[in-house]
Design a protein around this ligand. Structure first.
Ligand code: MV4
Length: 609
């Protein structure tokens, strides 16, 4: 086993990896940016090195700075976590070439699986079903049209380098071919430096099922069952669970074996996930109607060559510590269990606790963590790296913690999750906890009938607004509505305890403190979020960025006439493409940004007259 591991990441996953190291008697090294000097992963580590400024590109993504820190610390291995450099094959190759061990798959396996048409070929060769489509790149609109003639519509145009939520364009009808093909190529170039695209038949209401794999350097490959990640919003997973409520035992076994078979063909080692789309499962309504448990079809989608955010779901139902397995495998040890030893027991769900306002299109929220009081008790696991009093900034992604709930079956898991989410008290900014509370009582989710389209196309947004109003952070709500001062008091009447909320509108804050009432609470500060909005409202002529990000394209020219709802530019933020639309018609007077430029929340983009 290693004696010292550098964790090239931040936040909860860095702490998660360090916890595994701790249990194995391995010393830990953190790296941190200027923004993270006091962050949880730095507090946890045995030693820590500054690798640069807040901007990830200049710190957590700075390959030389990370390797330098490893050398200075005398680390004998690097664990990349997820995100940042985790799936960067050329970084893995650099680490392999040094005398530090890469705790991940071999760089050539990462490269093979990172290119989607190559991965499809590998899986096909292993007899794993892939979505009907091309295994070679395509170039022209005619090729797309010919594909449509043969397989019908809709068609998915996918970027060779794509993955996650990026590089997928859907063609519904022949007249959309040219536009969508061009967009797909442009995005492929912008995101992955690779304009190559290929085609698949587009499945309209699939479940997203992924199988956890571990593989050692001695040819042993095991699968640890599946996770169901169908509940996602704009390609961002929100709740993951295992086992999937939509699979029959038979289909479950077929998918698990297919994943294991496919991975066995690729000379893969370490942890990985094989993603599938599954159609027409036992949970789908048509099959329920006639009562027949006809099994669905499953298709290989992609392989993720990293530990994933949702790995704890699998850990909770198998009892296997996947991060420890990663360390042992990288150190050359054999997997210590057979496939038949892997037992899935009970049910687990993971809730991503993102600092976002679900009532405002999940806009990122920032601020000081005034209260942080996470749940506990039976079946509750918290993976986090924050504590009360921390500042949560907008430099990195918005996930501040993960709540993982496990129970003997799905029903108990839902009830326990509701209980845990009620206990969870976060004040200072919005989180998605109210949204989670809505989901664990939502009919479709509770029945396990949701597909990947559920949140984007079916759920009524007003229900989200009401959930946030009812269960949202009171302090964040106050900040949004400056006039209202609300204070909580505990009073005792005849020996019985009551909690009372006092609200006063348009008045100075109520004095606090037990004594002379000298301290007055400051009026709540407007959050960055609210001030951004005010700017839009006040200027009117300007279209501003709703969040920090990068301009992917500018869709208008100066002098263009635009109508309300037209897209003026495309902003990449939080790993997503966002269309920036104008709320009114007019003439474009000025364009203030160009392709590739970074913008902050509130920055003006386009001026209308
Ligand atoms: C698909 C698909 C339907 N048909 N491919 C989205 C991200 C990208 N890596 C693959 N994705 C999809 N590919 C075909 N042929 C639907 C999706 C998809 C999706 C997949 C997994 C989880 C959530 C999703 C949400 C929307 C679309």
């Amino acid at each position: 086993m290693f004696s010292k591991v550098l964790v090239a990441n931040r936040g909860e996953i860095a702490v998660r990896v360090m916890r595994a190291c701790e249990e194995l008697g391995v010393r830990t090294v953190a790296v941190y940016s200027e923004a993270d000097k006091h962050a949880g992963h730095v507090r946890y580590a045995d030693e820590a090195y500054n690798v640069g400024p807040a901007r990830a590109a200049d710190s957590y993504l700075d390959q030389e700075a990370i390797l330098d820190a490893a050398r200075k610390a005398g680390a004998d291995a690097i664990h990349p976590g997820y995100g940042f450099l985790a799936e960067n094959a050329s970084f893995a190759e650099k680490v392999e070439a040094s005398d530090v061990t890469w705790i991940g798959p071999p760089s050539d396996a990462m490269e093979r699986l990172g290119e989607k048409t190559k991965a499809r070929k590998v899986m096909q060769a292993a007899d794993v079903p892939v979505v009907p489509g091309t295994t070679d790149p395509i170039e022209t609109p005619d090729e797309v049209a010919a594909f449509g003639e043969e397989y019908g519509y809709p068609i998915a145009i996918k970027a060779e380098g794509g993955g996650g939520g990026r590089g997928l364009k859907v063609v519904e009808t022949p007249d959309e071919i040219e536009d969508q093909l061009e967009t797909a190529k442009r995005e492929g170039e912008a995101y992955f430096d690779n304009p190559t695209v290929y085609l698949e038949k587009y499945l309209e209401a699939p479940r997203h099922i992924e199988v956890q794999i571990v593989a050692d350097q001695h040819g042993n490959v095991r699968h640890l069952g599946e996770r169901d990640c169908s509940l996602q919003r704009r390609h961002q997973k929100i709740i993951e669970e295992g086992p999937s409520p939509a699979l029959s035992e038979e289909l479950r076994e077929r998918i698990g074996n297919a994943a294991r078979r496919g991975i066995s063909e690729t000379e893969y080692t370490n942890a990985g996930t094989v993603e599938f789309l599954v159609e027409d499962t036992v949970a789908s309504e048509t099959q329920r109607a006639d009562g027949e448990a006809v099994d669905g079809e499953f298709y290989f989608l992609e392989v993720n060559t990293r530990i994933q955010v949702e790995h704890p779901v699998t850990e909770q139902i198998t009892g296997i510590d996947i991060v420890k397995e990663q360390l042992r495998i990288a150190a050359g040890e054999r997997i210590g269990f057979d496939q038949s030893d892997v037992d899935v027991e009970g049910h687990a769900m993971e809730f991503r606790i993102n600092a976002e306002n679900a009532a405002q299109e999940f806009a990122p929220a920032t601020g000081k963590l005034e209260t942080y009081d996470p749940p506990g008790g039976i079946g509750v696991r918290m993976d986090d790296a924050v504590r009360q009093g921390d500042d949560v900034g907008g430099d990195y992604d918005s996930m501040i913690a993960k709540l993982i709930v496990s129970a003997s079956d799905r029903e108990e898991c839902l009830a326990r999750s509701e209980r845990a989410l009620k206990e969870f008290d976060v004040e200072g900014f919005h989180t998605v906890i109210p949204f989670h509370r809505l989901m664990v009582t939502d009919e479709t989710f509770v029945a396990g009938e949701h597909t990947t389209n559920y949140l984007d196309e079916e759920l009524d947004p007003e229900r989200i607004d009401r959930a946030v109003e009812q269960w949202g952070s009171t302090e964040a709500a106050e900040a949004a509505e400056e006039e209202v001062t609300e204070r909580e008091f505990t009073v005792e009447v005849n020996g019985k305890r009551f909690e009372v909320n006092l609200e006063e509108r348009g008045a100075p804050a109520i004095p606090t403190g037990g004594g002379g009432g000298e301290t007055t609470e400051r009026p709540p500060q407007a959050t960055e979020e609210t001030s951004g909005e005010e700017q839009v409202a006040a200027s009117g002529e300007q279209i501003t960025a709703e969040m920090q990000g990068t301009i992917l394209s500018v869709e208008v020219d100066e002098g263009d006439e635009v109508a309300a709802g037209d897209v003026v530019c495309v902003l990449e933020a939080m790993k997503m493409e966002n269309d920036v639309v104008t709320e009114r018609g007019g003439t474009v007077a000025q364009i203030l940004v160009g392709e590739g430029e970074s913008v902050d929340m509130g920055d003006p983009l386009v001026v209308l007259e």
